[in-house]
Design a binder for this molecule. Structure first.
Ligand SMILES: [Zn+2]
Length: 274
């Protein structure tokens, strides 16, 4: 299937597509800063040909090294499923951003061997989420809480349901909506977002904390928030609609210490734009 993302703003929310692209920029800058500020050893970042000179100047100034690793077709977003390019197709680079040559070598080797454990650790991901990824990615390359559906509570830091539209706090797939390790990492990353753009960061946080519905069916994910509906291509082999009703931060307020809640319920169609 052709990759795509579409954002359909709701009435009086026409500014959201622009806001989402600003949130994506904010997230990318925060990712960059996590390496610069030694919060982790490496990040995966895009390098666009139109910004080549400025980007290289920035890396140089900050003492950072970019290791070109994947060629991505122009107009497509980076995901772990990368299609080979056809001859003559326009592309941009995606690769590892590191501080030392040694770390670059470690990542190059790990990448050749598909060693996700080493790659994940270098990228600062928690072990529980690395294990979750290694276990689930081979069967579903868009592993958003593969075993959950129905009402789900959790931390905004763990909410990756809007990842393809821009808003997210961490880079990895959180192993659960209430993964404490992800939350800890997310808090450190979010602090950086707040330093870059306080108002936008707060808005991003509230969006991820607020209600949304994630509906995956036949290779298309539809995410509905109070402000917009997002559509993105996803793992095509989901035979029954899988719906997650994200109820945000309630779990934290209750402080019950319970595991994230998932109550199975009959799937209801939520394809209307209301
Ligand atoms: Zn985890």
């Amino acid at each position: 299937m052709q990759s795509f993302t579409r954002v359909i703003p709701k009435q009086k929310c026409e500014d959201w597509p622009l806001k989402l692209s600003k949130m994506m920029e904010l997230y990318h800058e925060a990712e960059y800063q996590t390496v610069k500020k030694d919060i982790r050893k490496a990040a995966i970042i895009p390098l666009y040909p139109e910004n080549l000179d400025k980007s290289l100047e920035k890396f140089n100034k900050d003492g950072l090294i970019f290791i070109p690793t994947w060629k991505i077709k122009t107009g497509e977003s980076f995901s772990f499923k990368i299609k080979p390019l056809k001859p003559g197709e326009a592309f941009y680079w995606s690769g590892y951003l590191v501080k030392t040559k040694k770390d670059g070598e470690i990542l190059k080797k790990a990448n050749q061997k598909h060693n996700h454990k080493i790659i994940g650790r270098m990228l600062g991901y928690p072990d529980c989420c690395i294990e979750y990824f290694i276990k689930n990615f081979p069967v579903n390359y868009d592993p958003i809480w593969v075993n959950l559906k129905g009402k789900v509570f959790g931390y905004p830091e763990c909410n990756g349901m809007l990842r393809y539209f821009g808003p997210k706090i961490v880079a990895h797939y959180s192993c659960s909506p209430a993964c404490e390790s992800t939350r800890k990492i997310g808090k450190a990353w979010f602090k950086i977002m707040m330093e870059i753009d306080k108002d936008l960061a707060k808005e991003l946080y509230n969006l991820l904390a607020g209600p949304m519905t994630w509906n995956s069916y036949h290779g298309v994910v539809q995410v509905e928030t109070p402000y917009f509906i997002g559509l993105v291509n996803s793992f095509p082999f989901v035979e029954k609609a899988k719906i997650i009703d994200w109820e945000g931060e309630k779990a934290e307020k209750k402080k019950t210490g319970d595991k994230p809640v998932s109550r199975k319920k009959k799937s209801k169609k939520k394809n209307n734009l209301n």
